[in-house]
Design a protein around this ligand. Structure first.
Ligand code: UDP
Length: 244
């Protein structure tokens, strides 16, 4: 196999809402979305099937919104967060299609005028046809985050790896933006993530991946080329699996 040939057939990418705007801003800034879209299109052109699970934190996170607004029910706030992922998904869809790649936006929360319902077999078929599948609406249920949705979709779509895009280079012993002594980990086991309480994804997402042996690669999406390298099978950032 030549170096450029993908070792992977199918990946699921989790993008947080923070990828949709410059650092420390909120909302949707199309320059940021376009930058992500370019990188996503490259993965597809490299021959790797890709489904993207959309976050919504650039617009609203249910738990935080509830914490600062006592008049809202927490479940309502979580549904608002799920709707935020559909708004992001629409923006990403246009940005990716502007790159000349076909996409489908699917959602677990009904939004028939703008997105297809998420149906596993249909999503698989889109991927097989080379379409980029953007998955919004999280799991469709409140009180979890899109990390859990990403783990769920990676498992049911039979992905080779769950790619978790973040703003730092991978997993550290502490927040590297606050602690310059934080140690970077190239490889970790699920047990180490749990025992050291490392902040990677929410615990439900890690537990799902651990139970079914879904590897997670955590990498910095702001570094040009990282996504494509991770998607085709290079070791970028931190790889979490059941062995070192
Ligand atoms: N959410 C939910 N159920 C899900 C997925 C998401 O209730 O299955 C809500 C939850 O309130 C979450 C918000 O949607 O905070 C936005 O998703 P998330 O916080 O995961 O976005 P990210 O941090 O990745 O941008």
């Amino acid at each position: 196999m030549s170096e450029n040939q993908p070792k992977r057939r199918r990946v699921v990418l989790k993008i947080s809402g923070e990828g949709f705007c410059p650092p420390n801003e909120r909302g949707i800034v199309m320059d940021s979305v376009n930058h992500l879209a370019e990188q996503i299109a490259r993965v597809s052109r490299a021959g790797v099937q890709i489904a993207i699970v959309m976050g919504g934190g650039n617009i609203l996170r249910g738990a935080a919104f509830k914490a600062s607004n006592s008049s809202i029910m927490e479940s309502t706030a979580h549904y608002m967060g799920m709707l935020a992922t559909i708004i992001n998904g629409l923006a990403l869809q246009d940005a990716v299609e502007a790159q000349g790649v076909t996409t489908r936006l699917m959602t677990a929360v009904k939004a028939d005028t703008v997105a297809e319902p998420y149906i596993r077999r249909r999503a698989t078929r889109h991927l097989e046809k080379g379409r980029i599948v953007i998955i919004a609406g999280g799991t469709g249920s409140p009180f979890v985050t899109t990390d859990t949705a990403a783990a769920q979709r990676a498992l049911e779509l039979d992905a080779d790896v769950l790619l978790k895009a973040t703003k730092v280079d991978g997993v550290y012993s502490d927040d590297p933006e606050k602690n310059p002594e934080a140690v970077f980990y190239k490889n970790l086991t699920y047990d180490e993530v749990n025992l050291q309480k490392l902040r990677v994804m929410d615990s439900e997402a890690i537990a799902k991946c651990a139970e079914h042996g879904m590897p997670i690669m955590v990498f910095n999406f702001r570094v040009e080329g990282n996504l494509q390298r991770a998607a085709v099978g290079e070791h970028v950032g931190t790889l979490i699996s059941d062995k070192k």
